[in-house]
Design a protein around this ligand. Structure first.
Ligand SMILES: Cc1ncc(COP(=O)(O)O)c(C=O)c1O
Length: 444
């Protein structure tokens, strides 16, 4: 029996739900159940307030249960719950795509909708390969990802991804994929504020992969501009620029996976704007709808959509899409979300707060177990030394103790990631680092 605040107690056996990316047995023995949310806080099943240090899962950028978004979803559900977008249409995705394009710097002219970051990634990879095919370069089928990259959980995403646990149980994955080295290096870059100076040369590894495979076999390179899920790896100064140069040199498409960095996380609309590097395809999700309804999307730069439009009249130009591509509720949530971002100038707010945030992050220097602190925009990575012989133990302990003390953090192994909603107040930033510091002082 779980007592839900604000709702009737429900009889609920936790066993039936196979929880994603969760230590199921551990969780079910000691559940952490959230039953309500508002703005910067969650409410737990036992009625406690938890400060949200992670915007849910890097996604509720405008804070939780914003009335404008809630109302837009209500209205849309009552008026048009669903309409297909296969050979049919409804106004939502057309309006949303038009709203999105001007937010992305550079020359992007089309948006394809999916329902998650994973689907956005699968879509982008397929568009990249098909793009070369329709242009008569069908030999370009190879995809290049990066070690420690996270691009969701589809077969394409885990193939280009570089996190061993997400790959090793799932067979031989996509053929023809190779990986760049990751850019993490504590010896050179520990405790860097913002972008590290060391590491741009690691982008030159792409030259080596081109020499090995030949450019005529390579369709695209995909990277997270700031790697999030692996534990916040900030790109070295000049690294993304160098990747762009090499891709241009060899006619390789560059895909930025901005599922985390999109919608203000770095204090700019997208990482594309923040770094001033223009990719060919950009994947987004999460903050697109403030997480209120699942949605993902792919931005395509000029020329990509057009390359497909030479198909015979009446033929479907790209045989790809999801029943819920451009779902009415997701579109309504996204449009309401974009309105809030604009009205409250939340991306600029994040930018203005980022130096205060940075000071907060680096105030943890010298505390027990802390071997690195890294930050950009409103993102932080706090790397802890692993408990001897028990990797991940310290991270898991830290998550539990922060939760017990009223703070939601995210951990990947022994790395803590923080990414609060962009509405966070300075006092709440102070509170986050106070709680975290207290926990770190007592951690085994
Ligand atoms: C960079 C990146 N790409 C893709 C995904 C997958 O998104 P989803 O979980 O919505 O499928 C994530 C999720 O965290 C992500 O961080």
């Amino acid at each position: 029996m779980i007592a839900l605040k604000g709702a009737k107690p429900v009889q609920s056996n936790l066993e039936a739900f196979w929880m994603p990316f969760t230590a199921n047995r551990q969780f079910k023995a000691k559940p952490r159940l959230l039953v309500a949310a508002q703005d910067m806080h969650y409410t737990t099943a036992d009625g406690r307030q938890i400060l949200d240090g992670t915007a849910g899962l890097w996604c509720a950028n405008a804070g939780h249960c914003r009335p404008q978004i809630v109302e837009a979803i209500h209205k849309q559900a009552a008026n048009l719950d669903f309409a297909p977008t296969f050979q049919m249409g409804h106004p939502g995705p057309f309006e949303l795509a038009e709203r999105l394009l001007p937010m992305m710097p550079g020359n992007f002219d089309h948006v394809f909708f999916a329902n998650s970051g994973s689907e956005a990634v699968e879509t982008a990879l397929k568009i990249a390969i098909a793009y070369h095919h329709v242009r008569g370069e069908g030999t370009r089928q190879r995809l290049i990802g990066r070690e420690r990259g996270y691009h969701g959980v589809g077969f394409g995403g885990i193939s280009v991804g570089g996190i061993a646990n997400n790959r090793k149980y799932f067979g031989s994955l996509l053929a023809g994929v190779d990986h760049l080295p990751h850019t993490h290096n504590l010896e050179h870059n520990a405790f860097t504020r913002g972008q590290p100076q060391w590491g741009a040369h690691l982008a030159d590894e792409l030259e080596r992969l081109v020499a090995l495979h030949d450019a005529s076999t390579i369709a695209a390179v995909i990277v997270e501009p700031v790697a999030g899920s692996t534990g916040v790896l900030i790109p070295p100064v000049g690294y993304l620029e160098r990747l762009r140069e090499i891709c241009d040199k060899y006619g390789i498409l560059l895909i930025f996976d901005e599922v985390i960095t999109g919608f203000g996380r770095l204090g700019a609309s997208f990482a594309t704007e923040y770094f001033g590097v223009m990719p060919d395809l950009v994947t987004v999700a999460k903050g697109l709808t403030n997480a209120a309804v699942p949605m993902g999307a792919v931005f395509c730069r000029e020329g990509i959509y057009d390359a497909f439009m030479n198909a015979p009249e009446g033929a479907i130009e790209l045989s790809h899409g999801y029943t819920y591509s451009g779902h009415p509720l997701a579109c309504a949530a996204a449009i309401a979300t974009l309105n809030i971002y604009k009205e409250e100038d939340l991306f600029a707010r994040a930018r203005d707060l980022s130096s205060y945030w940075e000071d907060g992050v680096h105030s943890l220097k010298g505390l027990p177990h802390v071997i690195d602190l890294r930050n950009l925009g409103l993102v932080a990575g706090i790397e802890l030394e692993a408990f001897p012989g028990k990797p991940g133990f310290r991270g898991a302990e830290c998550l539990q103790r922060c939760y017990d003390n009223g703070l939601l953090i995210r951990t990947t192994g022994d790395i803590i990631a923080l990414s609060p909603p962009l509405i966070v107040q300075k006092e709440q930033i102070d509170q986050m680092f106070e709680i975290l510091a207290g926990v770190l002082r007592t951690l085994n």
